[in-house]
Design a protein around this ligand. Structure first.
Ligand code: MG
Ligand code: ZN
Length: 384
């Protein structure tokens, strides 16, 4: 359709010729992106379902940005019928609407998960009057728990930002970076170095973090050796690249953050984001979505390894919204190939899945609101 339209524009000479040619090439490239061709799969382990405690000491919230049921199923197909997610027996659905829109963005969707309050699209943990809303990470910190954030995007991007920052607009990256210094977060790993070091106000937040006692790293091979203390790790100027560039960054960062945080006897709260499933959706690229979905699932696998051994850790996997209205139109478990169609380049209104594993998992079944996920986490982790 796009292709035909571009050719028509080109032939009629409407608009600039180069634009028409570019659009034609883009449409062709986009069609190629619609099919993920099956590749090497990874082995999925089955984890025990008996847990030591009734209530969790630690909670790890894993957010697949833009991850609807179809995105999960595209990954399940690509890995030929198995995902680490299969270990989650308590499953529900989350309604993702924001306070001012039927279709949320990641800022408002994330704020609902982090604060239990719905707000306007673009808000970073502030209410409709732009007043700060306390986040679950801040509450956990106040209760003496260790806290952490992991993302493949800039750590200042909406999803991680809503757990630690309070700003009226999501694109206030430098203000969001400065908000990290107002907390005692123990570990954060993601991109966004430029927002900490190349700032209009001339501050160098990396130096300030070091002065506060943080160990600072940029190289995942060094990050993965850190066992304790406070860690600030910025692995890209803005966002980390796609999986083929960044490799196992997300699973390794997840494992590292858990190891550091688990030193706290009182427990911990960690948020891990598979940031770029959403970007694959915006690009209408099945290939991008599947690569990111499988990477996120491998990070979930790292969390499961810890949770099984620990017995007092609850894992909650969900999304802030779906992106692209992805529909699977072809593929097979035998080949691991997936073809999809997309009605939009934007977010959609549909419910997203909620998966839980560990003590308290049964709370996360049925249809809930995005804000309920926050309330349940808070009740289970902090008893309030
Ligand atoms: Mg995000
Ligand atoms: Zn998005």
């Amino acid at each position: 359709m796009l292709q035909k339209l571009s050719i028509l524009l080109f032939v009629l000479g409407i608009g600039c010729t180069t634009f028409a040619q570019d659009a034609y090439l883009d449409a062709k490239a986009e069609n190629k992106e619609k099919t993920y061709v099956g590749q090497k799969t990874y082995r999925v382990k089955t984890f025990k379902q008996n847990f030591k405690a009734k209530k969790p000491k630690n909670i790890i919230l894993l957010i697949g940005d833009g991850m609807g049921v179809t995105e999960v199923f595209s990954g399940l197909t690509a890995n030929k019928g198995h995902l680490f997610l299969e270990n989650f027996k308590a499953i529900g659905f989350s309604q993702t609407q924001s306070a001012d829109n039927y279709i949320t963005d990641s800022a408002a969707g994330g704020t609902a998960l982090s604060t239990g309050k719905r707000t306007y699209n673009g808000a970073i943990s502030v209410d409709m009057d732009k007043k700060p809303l306390k986040t679950i990470l801040e509450e956990a910190e106040e209760s003496g728990l260790a806290t952490g954030l992991v993302a493949t995007s800039a750590i200042t991007h909406a999803t991680p930002a809503v757990f630690i920052a309070h700003q009226p607009q999501r694109n206030m990256y430098e203000e969001i970076a400065a908000d990290f210094l107002k907390t005692d977060i123990d570990v954060f790993i993601g991109g966004g170095k430029a927002h900490f070091t190349q700032r209009k106000d001339g501050r160098n937040l990396v130096e300030e973090l070091k002065a506060k006692g943080y160990r600072y790293e940029e190289d995942i091979n060094k990050i993965k050796r850190v066992k304790n203390g406070k860690l600030a790790a910025l692995t890209a100027d803005i966002h980390n690249g796609r999986v083929k560039e960044r490799g196992e960054l997300l699973p390794i960062a997840t494992k590292t953050a858990i190891r550091i945080l688990s030193n706290n006897k009182k427990g911990f709260f960690l948020m891990v984001e598979g940031s770029q499933i959403d970007w694959g959706g915006h690009a209408n690229s099945t290939i991008y979505i599947v690569e990111e979905m499988l990477d996120f699932d491998r990070a979930i696998g790292k969390a499961l390894e810890f949770a099984e051994k620990d017995g007092e850790t609850l894992l909650v996997v969900t999304a802030d919204h779906e992106t692209g209205g992805m529909a699977i139109t072809g593929g097979g478990f035998d080949t691991g190939s997936v073809t999809a169609a997309f009605p939009t380049h934007h977010h959609t209104a549909v419910m997203v899945p909620v998966f839980a594993y560990g003590p308290g998992a049964e709370e996360f079944t049925g249809i809930m609101k995005n804000t309920d996920i926050h309330d349940k986490i808070k009740e289970l982790l902090l008893g309030k």
